[in-house]
Design a protein around this ligand. Structure first.
Ligand code: NAD
Length: 261
């Protein structure tokens, strides 16, 4: 299958670790030029060095995606490096857990900036050049919880659905310009984030992290957690020419854990 990604310019946000990093690696492997961003310079530079040691062109820029000024600077950096952005992968850290009694106005506003506004702001910055080019790919990283909300994840359950509504509406608006907008909804995936969750659960419940992992895996029809590159495979496909007739969808990559058709 010709992915048509050789020489394309891509921006992957929140990519020093986990699914973002794996998505950057997947795009690089297909010959794209990639800029990665995250908040921590040291981690970002280490990831950049590791990705560069495989092959391809990787650049990096420190930015917090919940800050509109930093997004403008990030966008300007990519334009300076590559002239324009063909592919935007909107990723961010997940919003904190909590139920209705735990969340004040500030918690909602911060999570809105992180989960919703980050994607909208950056997308609005890249759309003009994608329209000029008559080609573009926007891929949002979400969660399987958009299909089956998770207890005590009020912010994530609410705001990720907002992103889906925005993405579907935008997909129809920009389709005439050759721009595709899609969302990937991962299930439980072995990343840094999940390693911390497993450690917290193992100390809270007096079990090993492997036992904590097995408790999650027993609810997954495929019987295990995903590896980050299994999520990235879908991201790369949706970013490619091979996905030329796919837009406005939210694709679960969750081992079957969401029990809806
Ligand atoms: P991770 O913790 O392994 O990596 C997160 C990355 O985002 C890191 O590079 C971190 O530095 C960066 N980051 C966090 N906040 C940022 C910010 N404000 N600005 C810039 N960079 C930022 O996480 P992950 O597991 O790869 O998760 C990525 C996304 O996928 C999250 O939104 C998460 O909620 C979602 N998700 C993860 C899983 C899973 O099981 N891992 C499942 C469903 C959804």
């Amino acid at each position: 299958m010709d992915m048509g990604l050789k020489g394309k310019s891509a921006l992957v946000t929140a990519a020093s670790k986990g699914i973002g990093r794996a998505s950057a690696a997947g795009l690089l492997a297909e010959g794209a030029r990639v800029v990665i961003c995250a908040r921590d310079l040291e981690e970002l530079e280490q990831t950049r060095a590791e990705l560069m040691s495989h092959e391809g062109e990787v650049n990096s820029f420190v930015a917090d995606v919940s800050d509109p000024d930093q997004l403008k600077k990030l966008h300007a950096y990519v334009v300076e490096k590559y002239g324009s952005i063909d592919i935007l992968i909107n990723n961010a850290g997940g919003p904190p857990p909590g139920g209705h009694q735990d969340l004040d106005d500030k918690a909602w506003q911060d999570a809105f900036n992180l989960t919703v506004q980050s994607a909208i702001r950056l997308t609005n910055l890249v759309l003009p050049s994608m329209k000029n080019a008559g080609w573009g790919r926007i891929v949002n990283i979400s969660s399987y919880s958009v299909r089956q909300p998770m207890d005590n994840m009020m912010l994530s359950n609410s705001l990720r659905l907002s992103v889906l509504g925005w993405a579907k509406t935008l997909a129809n608006e920009v389709a005439p310009h050759g721009i595709l907008v899609n969302t990937v909804c991962p299930g439980w995936t072995n990343t840094h984030r999940v390693a911390s969750l497993l450690e917290a659960r193992s100390s809270a419940e007096g079990i090993t992290t492997e036992e904590a992992r097995a408790m999650i895996a027993q609810n997954v029809p495929l019987g295990r957690l995903a590896e980050a590159d299994e999520i990235a495979n879908m991201v790369v496909f949706l970013a490619s020419n091979a996905a030329s007739y796919v837009t406005g969808v939210a694709v679960p990559v969750d081992g079957g854990i969401s029990r809806v058709v």
